[in-house]
Design a protein around this ligand. Sequence first.
Ligand code: MN
Length: 155
Amino acid sequence: MRIAFSTLVILILYGTACQNKQVSGIQQIFPNGEPAPVEYFTGRAFNLGLVPNDSIYNTVVGNVYFEPGARSNWHTHPAGQILIITDGVGYHQIKGAPRQTIRKGDVVKCPPNVMHWHGASIDTGLQQIYILPNTEKGIVQWMHPVSDEEYNNVK
Ligand code: MN
């Protein structure tokens, strides 16, 4: 009985340790950070600033975690954006082009002033590091939400 009890305690501790690092099947490098503003995102997303803007680098770097099904609104970046996918599966779409599936290890460029969105897939979350260069030109212009039809790639 004593052995069974210790085994149970170990299993519970192990389970708790795993929960800290594993969310919706993906391994997190950074903590979640702050909830992303609901007016610019559908579903739940979280933003953690990593490099704040300054006049030396004129660059903003951060991490976003999208829960499954979560995505940004349509938007543009006046100076473009680079995404580095660090885990999970998600989508990226430039207006007028097919929706792309993006996965851990993918690097995505969003050209300046090109309308696009990004987010998680329907059943797996997405972790992405974003890099916004040349912030003296601006950072982001938010637009309308991505519809379910657009998200689900229904023509
Ligand atoms: Mn973007």
